[in-house]
Design a binder for this molecule. Structure first.
Ligand code: FAD
Ligand code: SF4
Length: 481
């Protein structure tokens, strides 16, 4: 079939955007396997032929790491899949992950010229296709370990990266490519940050994350796990040990609670703890893994972002009969990706919109119900979204046995409190130059969620990339201004 594909047959106007094959909702709520199944070669070719190869491709400007999207799609059209992947990797070391979790609808695809009259080219799905294709070929032994040729000797100075999420991995990869000896220090026993402990297997398989981390290691990057910087070693120790510059990318791993009565009851989790138990500690694989988790038959998740949706869908897969998503605004204001909202609805999660918890009520020390109040939307607030206001006397109860708080995360002060002169914002984020990641301390750079607050994978990667350039310049010139 693919042999027949040629330009004539695939005149762009005639090809609808290729749908992504998915597991059936009824089936997938009973397993943790990936929901989306990925394009076939034919799907990818058909989708690539929708790209009209604009003279001034706006899609590239919409990508925070400026992948040469037009060129990689052209290579796919020519069936040069390996070259397409190399083209992506010139700018992005984590294509299989970004292809899965990046909000393309707000970035490259939003800018795609086709979106004016039609649906944009499915850039993220094509990115995922070429990355997955290589992984599959390596696994099947069709291809040698794909990146063996890129390994090179790192002979320039030593640099340290703290935290192995997307910001740290990208910064490390960029510096290794430049020839630096990079060590990433990671507090947890596995590298990857939110990609391993937060985003569930059914959205981002951990095997995919591991393979992309292996690629980064193959560039010469060393990752030391179980290393809590600020406790085991300080930043001063790193400089004393010969590191010429340090990049801090410790993320936003400190969960927020609402401060309402009942949050200390058994059965109340932060989304961070709940997801870490399930993803990183593999509670979902019980009894093979014996990490305890209160599964709950009736679960309430509070929040409307990706973290809330991931928690709700995890609870469903862990066996909950009823899962409620309680969000204080309407669906339109939900910060989660549209695709995730759609998947969550398909999986039978009940949305309780325009509602906010006021109390969690217990019985014998355990959660018994959650009391909410109805909300209405007022004028837009600082975020540009309409402010939710309580409707007096509209309280109602929902019977639940587990409550998961997914209302946001802030910076963990573990590291920042160990560096007394490091300038922070009033929320505890590190103050860093948005262009180059420089902090107020010479040789110390920062980027990702620890600077911006909870954001996205690709923005964290962009920050890592920019900081790497600035670190190189600083080490080469010794100039800090
Ligand atoms: C459940 C969930 C779902 C999400 N879904 C999406 C999505 O679909 N799409 C998207 O684009 N974004 C999503 N995000 C947001 C995205 O994952 C983050 O913006 C991104 O991971 C931030 O990257 P980072 O490198 O700054 O930090 P992180 O990924 O948080 O990594 C920080 C790392 O630093 C380590 N660390 C912390 N303190 C120390 C220390 N003192 N010493 C050593 N190591 C330390 C941590 O253990 C962690 O591994 C999601 C977030 C969550 C929580
Ligand atoms: S803007 Fe859209 S159509 Fe144009 S080059 Fe980029 S992906 Fe192709």
């Amino acid at each position: 079939m693919t042999e027949k594909i040629n330009k004539k047959e695939f005149k762009k106007e005639k090809i609808p955007r290729m749908a992504m094959p998915e597991q059936d909702p009824e089936k997938r709520i009973r397993n943790f396997n990936e929901v989306t199944l990925g394009y076939t070669e034919e799907d990818a070719l058909r989708e690539a032929f929708r790209c009209i190869q604009c003279r001034n491709p706006k899609c590239i400007k919409g990508c925070p790491v400026e992948i040469d999207i037009k060129s990689f799609i052209k290579l796919i059209k020519e069936k040069k899949f390996d070259e397409a992947l190399e083209k992506i990797r010139e700018k992005n070391g984590l294509p299989a992950m970004c292809g899965r979790v990046c909000p393309q609808e707000d970035q490259c695809e939003k800018e795609c010229i086709l979106s004016i009259k039609d649906e944009p080219v499915a850039i993220g799905r094509l990115e995922r296709y070429v990355a997955d294709r290589e992984m599959k070929q390596v696994a099947e032994g069709i291809k040698e370990c794909a990146w063996s040729e890129v390994t090179k000797k790192c002979t320039r100075g030593k640099v340290a990266v703290i935290g192995s999420g997307p910001a740290g991995l990208t910064c490390g990869a960029e510096l290794a490519r430049m020839g630096y000896r990079v060590t990433i220090f990671e507090a947890l026993h596995k590298p990857g940050g939110v990609l391993v402990y937060g985003i569930p297997e059914f959205r981002l398989p951990k095997e995919v994350v591991q393979k992309e981390i292996d690629y980064i290691k193959s560039l010469g990057v060393k990752i030391e796990v179980n290393m809590v910087i600020g406790k085991i070693l300080t930043i001063d120790d790193l400089f004393k040990n010969g590191f010429k510059a340090v990049f801090i990318s410790t993320g936003a791993g400190l969960p927020y609670f609402m401060g309402i009565p009942g949050e200390n009851l058994n059965g109340v989790y932060s989304a961070n703890e709940y997801l870490t138990r399930s993803n990183l500690m593999k509670a979902y694989r019980f009894p093979e893994c014996d990490t305890p988790i209160v599964k709950g038959l009736r679960v309430a998740v509070v929040g409307g972002g990706n973290v809330a949706l991931d928690s709700a869908r995890t609870a469903k897969r862990l066996g909950a009969e009823k899962v409620y998503l309680i969000y204080r605004r309407s669906e339109k204001e939900m910060p989660a990706r549209d695709e995730e909202v759609e998947h969550t609805r398909e999986e039978g999660i009940e949305f309780k919109l325009l509602a906010s918890p006021v109390e969690i009520i217990g019985k014998n020390g355990w959660v018994d119900k959650i009391r909410c109040i109805k909300m209405k939307l007022g004028e837009p607030d600082d975020s540009g979204r309409r402010r939710p206001l309580p409707v007096e006397g509209s309280e109602f109860d929902i019977g639940v046995d587990v409550v998961i708080m997914a209302i946001g995360q802030g910076p963990n002060p573990l590291l920042t409190s160990s560096v007394p002169h490091l300038e922070l914002t009033k929320w505890g984020n590190i103050k860093a130059d948005p262009v180059n990641g420089k902090t107020n301390i010479e040789g110390v750079f920062a980027g990702g969620d620890i600077v911006t607050g909870a954001a996205t994978v690709i923005l964290a990667m962009g920050a890592g990339k920019n900081a790497a350039k600035a670190m190189d310049e600083y080490i080469r010139t010794g100039i800090w201004q």
